[in-house]
Design a protein around this ligand. Sequence first.
Ligand SMILES: Cc1cc2nc3c(=O)[nH]c(=O)nc-3n(C[C@H](O)[C@H](O)[C@H](O)COP(=O)(O)O)c2cc1C
Ligand code: SF4
Length: 402
Amino acid sequence: MTTLSLFSGPPPAAGAESFRDHTQRLGHRPRGDRALIDTLDRSGLVGRGGASFPVGVKWRSVQSRSRGAAVVIANGAEGEPLSRKDRTLMALRPHLVIDGALLAADAVRASRTLLYIGEAHGAAAAAISRALAERPPAELARLTLLGAPPSYVAGEETAAVNFVNSGVAAPLATPPRPFERGVDGRPTLVQNVESLAHAALIARYGDAWFQSLGRHHAAGTILLTVSGAVAKPGVIEVASGCSVDEVLALAGGVSGKARAVLLGGYFGGWIRADQAGSMVLDPSGLRAAGGSLGCGVVSVLDETADPLDVSARILQHLANESAAQCGPCFFGLRSLSAATTRIAARQADNGDLPQLHRWTAMVKGRGACRHPDGAVAFLQSALNVFEPEFVAAAGARGRRAS
Ligand SMILES: Cc1cc2nc3c(=O)[nH]c(=O)nc-3n(C[C@H](O)[C@H](O)[C@H](O)COP(=O)(O)O)c2cc1C
Ligand code: SF4
């Protein structure tokens, strides 16, 4: 069994680790410098907020533009409804997240460091707030705690930047991306809190150590939120490269008979249960294959649930949660959601199913941010995995009427 790194075992029940326990366990925070960026490159660490982008590459992009005036945003917004891993990490290991944010700030030569924590995540925000009070005054002076509004898009990187600049957590058109011009027009590193916590450990133990934690050439560990039809839902830390079957076993096994697994959350996709079990959870590998582990959500749908109803609700949430400031969200997502809801209610109009296929192609790539693309990718996975159910439900109204 691999030695796990963020929790060194299952998440502890004891509550937030104090600064004293943190430093006794891990020693003091090492230096954040260019050498650390090289170490991160070699470690293979990729971001845990959704896009699985290499962390070292991102830090270097900001550092090379910084001139000592960059900004770091530690992203703990966690607006994904099925995810709990970031708030759990912040509630239990707040100093590891703070270490990661300070290391990033040193490495990219930032003059401001913001901890952007979902304002609805009370225990996490309270733990970070208490942890800040335990820090030496010189560190405390460098850090600002900021509440992220409770919306799905608030955690998107340009929305986070927009919120700091204007108080509005709505995504902005890119380019420029935050690493080019973000907070106050400065190069801004937006990094998920789990990514930062891993970086804080890699700074201490090195790239070879991180590599050794993974399996089958995958690097490090990942935090997952397991939910749905499992005996023990919750947050677990696993070795990258382990299989979905192993994750489900750690979550106490599937209760009932699994029909499908939602991997990656609302921006992820459905996978048929008979294909999901052997899937390897390696963020870099999945990214290279054009897939994504997203923010580490693994949710099991059993045979008793109606997959169309569940999919329609998720799509409705995504349509409602968009900032609705661009056409693809204002018109596209709303229409897609309405048609899916009619099909799920067995009240479809004749053209609803063909329209869904047509609209998904039209919406893709048209928004200012990736929100509509994520929603459409989710819907496409539903249309693929539950094709027979969609076809039967779309025709149900006509059959009832005849
Ligand atoms: C609609 C939307 C919502 C997002 N919400 C979050 C979030 O809550 N937390 C997060 O870390 N990243 C979120 N992201 C991803 C961020 O834009 C960004 O890629 C991430 O914070 C970068 O950190 P990472 O490279 O460590 O993953 C979201 C992206 C989109 C498109
Ligand atoms: S694409 Fe949608 S979520 Fe993104 S900025 Fe436009 S309206 Fe907002």
